[in-house]
Design a protein around this ligand. Structure first.
Ligand code: MG
Length: 212
């Protein structure tokens, strides 16, 4: 698949995402905190850059933002330790795991709910801090804050997530991992503008429009 010229980094071979990694968010959707990381994939074709519209698909009546800390992988990771995984992070960025919540409930696989074109807005990456647990994420819709949390509240830390994923599939240089959303998810409507910020590192703001 060709690179999308406007993306702030080369198209990854895969986007690995983590569900229910903040206890308050698991609770708000009526779910238990998982005993081990819950992982799923978004297709690289869902990526868009800042400023490009999130297009609401006709198949869904409930499309929601999920502000997340994204990490880019700099070195291959396979059966990695948490320490090796932490050292392999080459960049951190703001990401939006846009989700068709009604389809997530109706489908036992989340491929459709998470995989529509434009469902993965990403900001420009920046070199990671020494301690990934110091990162935080903020979501604003039309300028109003909706989500705010520190990575220190994650059920599984970022290095632990990467090590876990690397025991399932090789993480390749350029791959993107979305580390889960905190409490405060909510719906998007045409005309909204949604912004995810990893303060001090990255920001992505996108308009929302209806399918044509
Ligand atoms: Mg998510």
């Amino acid at each position: 698949m060709p690179d999308t010229p406007s993306l702030p980094f080369p198209r990854p071979s895969k986007i690995v995402c983590v569900g229910r990694n903040y206890a308050e968010h698991a609770k708000e959707l009526g779910n238990e905190v998982p005993k081990e990381p819950l992982i799923f994939l978004k297709p690289p074709s869902s990526l868009i850059a800042a400023g490009q519209p999130i297009v609401l698909p006709a198949m869904s009546k409930q499309i929601e933002y999920e502000g997340e800390i994204g990490v880019l992988i700099g070195k291959p990771l396979r059966h990695a330790t948490a320490a090796d995984a932490a050292a392999a992070v080459s960049g951190v960025l703001a990401a939006n795991d846009v989700t068709a919540r009604d389809l997530q409930r109706s489908d036992s696989q989340w491929t459709r709910a998470k995989g529509f074109d434009t469902f993965c807005p990403v900001g420009a990456p920046k070199a990671p801090p020494a301690d990934l647990g110091t990162l935080s994420v903020v979501t604003r819709v039309n300028g109003q804050e909706r989500q705010q949390a520190s990575a220190s509240l994650m059920v599984f830390t970022i290095p632990a997530l990467l090590a876990y994923i690397s025991n399932v599939m090789t993480l390749e240089p350029g791959d993107l991992v979305l580390t889960g959303t905190p409490a405060g998810v909510g719906t998007l409507a045409p005309g909204d503008e949604v912004e995810i910020e990893v303060p001090g590192f990255s920001r992505v703001r996108n308009p929302v429009r209806m399918h044509s």
